[in-house]
Design a protein around this ligand. Structure first.
Ligand SMILES: NC(=O)c1ccc[n+]([C@@H]2O[C@H](COP(=O)([O-])OP(=O)(O)OC[C@H]3O[C@@H](n4cnc5c(N)ncnc54)[C@H](O)[C@@H]3O)[C@@H](O)[C@H]2O)c1
Length: 337
């Protein structure tokens, strides 16, 4: 039985608490939060103890830590937890700063502890099935990948200001999905971004609508489209065109009813947002973590995967700001000063 400490009792912390408590081989032992009332509430709900993060990290009876705190705390907590001998599942992104993430990567690698990054979409049954069909050679060699990821509504500007920007906060999932499906990192990243949804997002120095194109050493292309607003709900689709056909993962709809009348043919909207769309993915993600830690096999999404996606977000941010294409290798391995 994996004894787990959950750090962060906010929106996503609650989702993870459910998965940890429901899993037959894990037990939610303790919960911490900067707000004592938040950890007390969640701990009580799941029969766990409310404790301080540092207490949880230094408790030798706790085997694993799930980090669901704000992004700017992730590297510090990953380092502290791995140095204390814990297996870690940390929410995305690894950090807001790529330099800080590089440092965290070396510190935690030296401990030998497993660190998984919370790219839950890899565990979505639809995207996982698309990947399996591609790996089975059902559409031949990949040529063009298109990822569409639109949120239903923009977050408050107060959130935008601390989020690290759309590329690090939101598109990071799509960068990881591209890496997952293409099996390689792109060579060159070009981004354009604009704020047409909410001018206050632009005034805060961020974009709310963006397109990234990525080219690979062997000539393949990937395109990612993000928007902070889609009037019809959470739009999450992937299309992979291969030499022998195409694989598409469509949206999950609120229901499967299609109404056909003399006015036309209509159906339900996509499920509202990530909590509705990806609940099964969060559970499968936790199951994959528990299995890998219990069996001693490598975690399926590594800290290196997290740092790679963050470097892509950094490259895209710089490209959108400068109007220049970015060579990813120069961002991933900066020339030593
Ligand atoms: N994978 C996903 O789909 C997904 C979805 C949402 C959020 N996230 C990520 O999860 C993280 C948390 O996001 P959220 O939406 O749950 O935020 P949130 O603000 O709802 O929750 C964060 C909680 O952490 C607490 N906290 C702050 N500093 C802390 C510290 N040092 N120790 C312990 N607790 C601390 C806060 O009081 C808050 O309750 C972010 O990094 C975000 O990018 C991932």
């Amino acid at each position: 039985m994996l004894k787990v400490g959950l750090l962060g009792a906010g929106r996503i912390g609650r989702v993870h608490a459910q998965a940890i408590a429901a899993h037959p081989y894990s037990e939610l032992s303790a919960v911490s939060d900067a707000l004592p009332e938040a950890s007390a509430r969640l701990a009580e709900e799941f029969g766990a103890n409310a404790r301080q993060s540092q207490e949880i990290i230094s408790d030798p009876s706790i085997n694993a830590v799930l980090i669901a705190t704000p992004t700017d705390t992730h590297s510090d907590l990953i380092e502290a937890a791995t140095q204390a001998g814990k297996a870690v599942l940390c929410e995305k992104p690894v950090d807001l700063s790529l330099e800080r993430a590089f440092a965290c990567q070396s510190v935690s690698k030296a401990t030998g502890q497993p660190v998984m990054v919370g790219f839950n979409r890899r565990f979505d049954p639809n995207f996982a099935a698309l990947k399996a069909a591609f790996e089975a050679g059902e559409v031949g060699k990949a040529e063009l990948l298109s990822i569409t990821s639109f949120d239903p509504a923009p977050p408050p500007v107060s959130y935008v200001k601390v989020s690290g920007g759309l590329f690090r906060d939101m598109m990071i999932h799509d960068f990881d999905m591209a890496n997952f499906l293409m099996g390689d990192l792109p060579e060159v990243i070009s981004a354009v971004g604009t704020s047409v949804v909410d001018p206050e997002i632009g005034a805060a120095g961020d974009v709310d609508t963006a397109v990234v194109t990525m080219t690979y050493a062997d000539g393949r292309i990937a395109v990612i489209k993000n928007s902070r607003r889609a009037a019809y709900g959470y739009d999450q689709r992937v299309e992979l065109l291969g030499s022998e056909g195409m694989l598409q993962a469509q949206n999950i709809l609120e229901n499967s009813v299609v109404k056909s009348t003399s006015n036309g043919v209509t159906g339900a909207k996509p499920t509202y947002f990530f909590l509705e769309r990806y609940m099964s993915a969060y559970r499968a993600e936790w199951d994959a973590f528990v299995r890998s830690v219990n069996s001693g096999s490598g975690v399926p999404v590594t800290l290196d995967d997290g740092v790679a996606a963050l470097a892509m977000a950094e490259a895209a941010t710089r490209s959108a700001q400068s109007g220049q294409s970015m060579v990813l290798a120069k961002v991933l391995k900066p020339v030593a000063k």
